[in-house]
Design a protein around this ligand. Structure first.
Ligand code: URA
Length: 239
């Protein structure tokens, strides 16, 4: 693997800013293969050299996969001049240059959101061709009926004429349903319910493939998945 500068390694892998990395080097808190290193332009080989800061190993991950329990009121975007974005919720060590949400949840939608800097993987998850199921719980402003279940299973035609793939609707209560789709058109679920005269009061995503919000992960909190393999395994099958 190509060699990279030590300050770059630290900012990519430890979430430090360049100046924090240089400060750590200057104050002799960084080692490479057990030897203290103070030069920011020292070259290291990612995945081979062992780098520590304050005695903690900074392991090499080519990409990060983050699972966020999105709260209401936060934009699914990487930056915004006026409003808080999902990136603002991530702890420093999960914020990397290319980190971006995979797909989009509306500002008032809560629940499971993946973020990664692995663009190929993000594309795979979003593509309807991958047929990865996304399940939501919707609280509606009217009753859900068996007729709606049938219409969703047959495929809804949206007001603009675009066709949705068949969706699984399960009645959970008079005004509550779970809905499972494999695509992600703009405001898709709200628009699908709109075609049958129902408004969505609350919407929360609870599943992507087999991936669910880990128990104890509060709204606004994020965790790292262990890697690409774990993510692939979890999203490749439906539950
Ligand atoms: N469909 C919607 O309408 N909103 C979301 O946030 C996600 C899916």
């Amino acid at each position: 693997m190509a060699l990279i500068r030590l300050d770059k390694y630290l900012s990519n892998q430890a979430g430090m800013s360049r100046s924090e990395a240089r400060e750590a080097l200057k104050s002799l808190r960084v080692t490479v293969n057990g030897v203290t290193e103070k030069h920011y332009d020292y070259k290291v080989e990612p995945g081979k050299d062992i780098i520590t800061v304050n005695g903690n190993e900074i392991a090499y991950n080519e990409y990060l996969y983050v699972l966020l329990n999105k709260p209401k009121g936060v934009l699914t975007a990487t930056e915004d001049k006026h409003q808080k974005t999902v990136l603002d919720l991530l702890p420093e060590e999960m914020r990397r240059r290319d980190m971006a949400p995979v797909g989009r949840l509306d500002k008032d939608t809560t629940g499971l959101l993946l973020l990664t800097d692995d663009g190929v993987m993000a594309h795979k998850i979003i593509s309807p061709k991958s047929k990865i199921e996304k399940e939501y719980i919707a609280v509606l402003d009217g009753a859900v009926t068996d007729e709606h279940v049938k219409a969703f299973a047959e495929g809804i035609k949206l007001a603009d004429g675009s066709e949705c793939m068949p969706a699984r609707l399960k009645i959970l209560g008079e005004n509550t349903a779970s809905i499972t789709i494999c695509e992600g058109k703009y405001h898709q679920i709200k628009r699908m319910f709109g075609t049958v005269g129902l408004g969505v009061n609350e919407l929360s995503r609870i599943r992507i493939g087999q991936l669910r919000i880990p128990e104890g992960l509060a709204e606004g909190e994020a965790v790292l998945l262990s890697g690409r393999e774990e993510l692939l395994l979890k999203i490749s099958k439906s539950s």
